[in-house]
Design a protein around this ligand. Structure first.
Ligand code: GLY
Length: 402
């Protein structure tokens, strides 16, 4: 981290935030073109048999690890293909997006084995329906929303994230992880599209109870909260993927920032908007000057700890949306500028994969305590990076995000 590139970023970021310098606008269209060229290269190396959904690439390699439809990351690659279609209108991306999405159909036909159904089906079919209005896609999303709703525990008021034994979760007590916030978007969407108000109520309750129990006084998130499944009482906050129970795991906080911003969009509830700002402010206050967090803000190895570009991509996308909701001009600008700084860093040679591999980004961290996917290219970083660039492009053209 004592790299001259980071020092340069630090100086630029300081000048930027002090208002002494303004960046030339990031050229979102150019970065999107980079992404779609990388996608074309990945399409050429998809295996013809067996698992074929790209998930991650370890440092120094150029070979994707491929997974099947049950993997929690299975929706991001179809999502990247839908975003590539949105960016280019190319029929090649359209047909690949359709084909890869269709691999996920079994998730709408079988019992829930995880809360990740939103990541899987809403990133694939949610984007597919938004762009094509295919009524078959709507049916798949509605069926999957009903499946996700079966994990709701009304005594607790939240969805059971991991319906199985996971270390440290005191199974069979009820667990909820902060990542679960993202899956609420599919429930809100389904409620508006024929799925019934029950799904809205479940999503609202989950966000509300999580807001009360999942955060420390400084608004940093616990990764997981364990609840008594009969009384609904909180037992304790713990971590699974972070450095420690009390640390701020970067991607966990990114899910909170993105999740509460989305919840305000879907409900109009001002408590969610206020909360989205609180969880953003603690994250921004502790961020390194290049805008890309270390994998956990409290890892004592910092500045020699790995970074997490995926958290930066999720936050950049979330903050662009948050900037459109916040009425206070200075605060709105703060969020917009922070998102642009993150995207500028991510678009630099320090973070883009370029010819090192065919992903978009390097330097994400998946599960550090497990020793897996550390400092790698990971498909969800690419998905949110592309989403953020599409959002930035719309804002630069003066268009609305939704
Ligand atoms: N949802 C799992 C993760 O953020 O790594």
């Amino acid at each position: 981290m004592h790299n001259p590139r980071y020092l340069a970023f630090a100086i630029i970021a300081l000048l930027f935030f002090s208002g002494k310098v303004t960046f030339a606008q990031l050229n979102a269209a150019k970065e999107l073109a980079y992404c779609t060229e990388q996608v074309k290269k990945t399409l050429k190396v998809i295996p013809q048999q067996g698992n074929n959904i790209p998930r991650s690439i370890v440092p120094g390699s150029s070979k994707w690890k491929f997974v099947g439809y049950k993997d929690w990351c299975s929706g991001f690659w179809p999502g990247v293909l839908w975003y590539s279609y949105e960016a280019t209108q190319s029929s090649v991306f359209l047909s690949e997006a359709k084909a890869f999405s269709s691999e996920l159909i079994p998730l709408s036909q079988q019992p829930a084995f995880d809360h990740d159904l939103g990541f899987q089906i809403f990133n694939s079919y949610g984007n597919g329906y938004r762009l094509t209005k295919n009524p078959e896609y709507k049916k798949i999303i509605l069926k999957t929303a009903d499946t996700l709703a079966t994990l709701f525990n009304p005594k607790v008021g939240t969805i059971l994230s991991w319906p199985r034994e996971v270390s440290g979760m005191q199974w069979p007590q009820h667990n909820t992880i902060i990542d679960n916030m993202i899956n609420l978007e599919m429930l809100f969407w389904a409620a508006k599209n024929g799925g019934g108000k029950r799904l809205y109520d479940i999503a609202f309750s989950h966000a509300n109870i999580t807001m009360k129990n999942h955060f420390r006084p400084d608004y940093s998130a616990y990764h997981a909260v364990i609840y008594d499944r009969e009384t609904g009482k909180k037992i304790k906050g713990v971590t699974h993927q972070g450095y420690a129970d009390d640390s701020m795991w970067a991607r966990g906080q990114s899910w909170a920032i993105y999740g509460y911003t989305m919840c305000f969009r879907e409900t109009g509830n001002r408590a969610f908007l206020e909360f989205a700002q609180k969880v953003s402010d603690v994250y921004l206050a502790k961020l390194p000057t290049d805008g890309i967090p270390y994998w956990d803000f409290n890892d004592p190895a910092i500045p020699n700890a790995p970074k997490d570009a995926s958290a930066a991509a999720v936050v950049a996308s979330g903050l662009l949306e948050l900037s459109t909701f916040v009425k206070n001009k200075a605060k709105s600008q703060k969020y917009r500028k922070a998102a642009e700084l993150m995207l500028t860093s991510l678009s630099s040679a320090a973070y883009q994969s370029r010819n090192k591999n065919t992903a978009f980004l390097l330097h994400s961290t998946g599960h550090k305590p497990n020793g897996s996917e550390i400092d790698t290219s990971i498909i969800y970083a690419d998905y949110y990076y592309m989403e953020a660039l599409l959002r930035l492009e719309k804002l630069q053209k003066g268009n609305k995000l939704k």
